[in-house]
Design a protein around this ligand. Structure first.
Ligand SMILES: Nc1ncnc2c1ncn2[C@@H]1O[C@H](COP(=O)(O)OP(=O)(O)OP(=O)(O)O)[C@@H](O)[C@H]1O
Length: 286
């Protein structure tokens, strides 16, 4: 498999937080959803992957190039959007086109204008007059207009209403039709990831808990609904996490078919990205 992004043993130490040997890889032609609760380390990983903050150790390869030795070439071929607008308030979208046209060899002013029109953004309006959602859309238009091969998005759809979000998700799905392309997207909006992500990487307290195909996860894992006393009957190696509630217990199991075969009487619900996150973040281990 060819990878667009390969992060290996990335470590970053802050006084009260550390990224602990973070490793994951995004295959070409795929969208990777990067999930984890607030403070789990998603933005720190993304910033360290882009050399925006110093990393203590680890390597990052993007499009087959090492970040440290090919930073300039890599930055020409990736589009990055953060949840905070990175353009000065007094600029207009037209100013940004001039600036980015001087930075990126592959800047396509016409394509940029097409996205501005599609997102309903006036070229002459100052960014300080933009709403949060408009700023996010501007960031996405700018990231796409230099025709990158890889998009890296940190909470880039968080300020957008459901209609615009759906439009942006369609743009991402279009983008990925080119099998040389790839997207890494961190998001708390797990329903968006359920629509577009091929892979999910889950980070918890600075450590990767899993990085796997979303279909594979959804197809294998299940949530057993049972009484607290029934947990003991489930095979120990099947239990990932459990949560008690007022009605009994919910157990996230590794292989729902194997559990169903052994316990035909048990009710097993499908998982969602959100339920997996909740079990890992809030659930208990046996
Ligand atoms: N410059 C910094 N100095 C010290 N600690 C920092 C710094 N930046 C981030 N951290 C800490 O790193 C941890 C991870 O933060 P990070 O922003 O990566 O989380 P996140 O998963 O992106 O969270 P969110 O979903 O809330 O955006 C937090 O505990 C945060 O306080």
């Amino acid at each position: 498999m060819e990878y667009a992004i390969k992060v290996t043993d990335l470590c970053k130490v802050y006084p009260d937080f550390a990224l602990d040997n973070v490793s994951f890889a995004v295959p070409k032609g795929c969208i990777m959803g990067f999930i984890g609760e607030n403070g789990a380390g998603k933005s720190t990983t993304i910033k360290a992957m882009l050399n925006l903050i110093h990393r203590n150790s680890g390597t990052v390869e993007i499009l087959g190039m090492d970040l440290d030795s090919h930073e300039k070439e890599i930055k020409e071929r990736i589009g990055v959007v953060f949840d905070e607008c990175c353009f000065h308030d007094n600029l207009t979208p037209a100013d940004i086109s001039k600036i980015l046209g001087n930075i990126y060899q592959s800047w396509d002013g016409k394509l940029y204008q097409t996205y501005l029109a599609r997102f309903g953004l006036g070229e002459k309006k100052k960014i300080k007059e933009f709403s949060r959602g408009m700023k996010m859309k501007l960031g996405i238009a700018a990231a796409l207009a230099h025709k990158p091969d890889v998009l890296i998005l940190d909470e880039a759809t968080s300020g957008l209403d459901p209609i615009v979000r759906e439009e942006i998700l369609d743009i991402f799905l279009d983008f990925i039709q080119d099998e040389k392309h790839a997207i890494l997207i961190s998001s708390h909006i797990t329903s968006d990831l359920d629509k577009i992500a091929d892979y999910l990487t889950f980070i918890h307290h600075g450590k990767i808990v899993f990085s796997a195909g979303r279909d594979e996860l959804m197809d294998s894992m299940g949530v057993v609904k049972c009484g607290a006393e029934d947990i003991a009957g489930i095979e120990r190696d099947q239990i990932i996490r459990f949560r008690k509630n007022q009605f009994g217990c919910e157990v996230l199991v590794r292989d729902k078919r194997a559990v169903a075969a052994l316990h035909p009487e048990m009710v097993i619900d499908p998982v969602t990205t959100e339920s997996i996150m909740l079990f890992y973040s809030r659930g208990e281990e046996l």
